[in-house]
Design a protein around this ligand. Structure first.
Ligand code: ADP
Length: 428
């Protein structure tokens, strides 16, 4: 842990879900985590807080079990745990609290210091993010009540994608209907796409402005993006996170007429179809499992449904790589990230296979090697770099929050300009 100084150097990052609160206290000087943890099952009898302080040699993890009634109680419990480690919310070293907010619509193109008007706007976006924005709002309000004097920064999952041109963001439907209901492609996972595209440039020894990158964020949710010179020009998720790649439990792209058909022929309600496509589709719908490790194990045992699920998953991924190659025209790197992207070598191998004519190839040995850091897995002769770049959404939220409130480059050298494009204009 780094010694305290008079300048605030820490950011508390909060990711508030409907029944959970994840937190990381990040020291901006070196990206270390003096403490992190999670509160789960908020509002139930069996709530659990798991708190992990950074200790020499590890250890020191603490747990609280028992009812935590709401997010306010959860954050108070987190504050107590932090205080017990000398890292309380009243610490002068805290520069800001950074909040992950899923939907920022078109209004929030940058990280934004929260005030009453910003809260009202996030609230106004609830109809397009009914599962996420209400939970994010509770987290922000709770933190504001505990530290009203500290800047609270909202960092939006959609912000990185607001640079998409209309040609990529518009659905080809009646414009009046679309605009009346704010129907357009927003994209999600933006914090990860921003971080990974920038780290990929760093890996290539170039500035973000110099490189075109296809980022494949393959977690349980999955999305692809085409990033030209540090700016997103297309992404695979749309109005909601349902569009695009095959995911753990989501179908990704589907003919919208399937939904009318299910209503008319199967008599399913809109809510039932919503659950089918978001929770019972994708890998889980195809083979019953959404964990790529389990799917690979089943394939090794000759399981045909698991093999089908893998093939559908990879086919869609390959289509997006080709599509974004065409969108970008010139590609410098394809970067794999998140749980599947960082760990599943067979997915990377299969997605890139056969794309040699596009300058894309994977070196089997480099692909199989395991490492925690960012690395290139393409052979030296390949025209386009294929890379594995671990994502770190919390660090990105902390960097953006810090850059905004301190008006400075991140202490690790990431330029403020790259983190908060034109932030001054967006915070009035
Ligand atoms: P989330 O979207 O929930 O943040 P993650 O990015 O953590 O998800 O990714 C979770 C997924 O990553 C798991 O469902 C699993 O399919 C995959 N995964 C994790 N570890 C491995 C591994 N070692 N090999 C293959 N797949 C993995």
């Amino acid at each position: 842990m780094t010694a305290p100084t008079s300048t605030p150097t820490r950011v508390l990052v909060l990711n508030s879900g409907s029944s959970s609160l994840k937190y990381q206290l990040i020291d901006m000087r070196d990206g270390s985590r003096p403490a992190q943890g999670i509160v789960e099952r908020i509002g139930e009898e069996t709530s659990r807080l798991a708190h992990t302080p950074l200790r020499e040699g590890g250890g020191g993890k603490r747990e609280r079990n028992g009812p935590i009634s709401d997010h306010s109680a959860a954050l108070k419990a987190v504050a107590e745990e932090l205080a017990a480690d000398g890292l309380g919310l009243d610490s002068p070293e805290l520069a800001a609290i950074g909040h992950r907010v899923v939907h920022g619509g078109l209004r929030f193109t940058e990280p934004t210091v929260v005030n009453g008007e910003v809260l009202a706007e996030i609230e106004r976006l609830v109809p397009v993010a009914p599962l996420h924005n209400p939970a994010n709002l509770i987290g922000i309000r709770t933190a504001m009540a505990l530290r009203p004097d500290l800047p609270q920064v909202a960092v939006f999952d959609t912000a990185f994608h607001t640079t998409m041109p209309e040609s990529a963001a518009r659905y080809a439907i009646d414009v009046e209907t679309a605009d009346a209901h704010r129907i357009r492609r927003y994209g999600f996972h933006g914090t990860s796409h921003a971080y990974v595209s920038r780290e990929t440039a760093r890996l290539l020894g170039k500035a973000p402005e110099e490189v075109n990158v296809i980022v494949l964020h393959l977690g349980n949710g999955a999305s692809a993006s085409a990033v030209r010179g540090g700016r997103c020009v297309d992404t695979s998720m749309g109005l909601t996170p349902l569009e695009g790649l095959v995911m753990g439990t989501r179908s990704g792209d589907i003919d919208p007429a399937v939904t009318f058909h299910l209503r008319r022929v199967a008599g399913m309600s809109a809510d039932e179809i919503d659950v089918l496509l978001n929770k019972r589709s994708g890998l889980v719908g195809l083979c019953g499992d959404n964990d790529m490790r389990e799917i690979r194990r089943r394939i090794d045992e000759g399981d045909e449904r698991a093999a089908l699920a893998f093939d559908v998953y990879v086919h869609r991924l390959k289509k997006y790589i080709g599509a974004y190659y065409a969108v970008l025209g010139r590609v410098d790197a394809v970067a794999f990230t998140a749980g599947v992207g960082e760990n599943a070598a067979p997915v990377r191998q299969a997605a890139i296979a056969g794309l040699e004519e596009l300058g894309l190839a994977v070196d089997a040995e480099l692909n199989a090697a395991r490492s925690d850091g960012a690395r290139i897995i393409s052979p030296e002769y390949a025209r386009v770099a294929v890379a594995v770049v671990p994502t770190d959404e919390e660090l990105e939220i902390a960097r953006q929050s810090y850059a905004l409130v301190r008006g400075a480059d991140a202490p690790d050298g990431t330029a403020r300009e790259a983190l908060v494009r034109g932030a001054e204009g967006s915070n009035e």
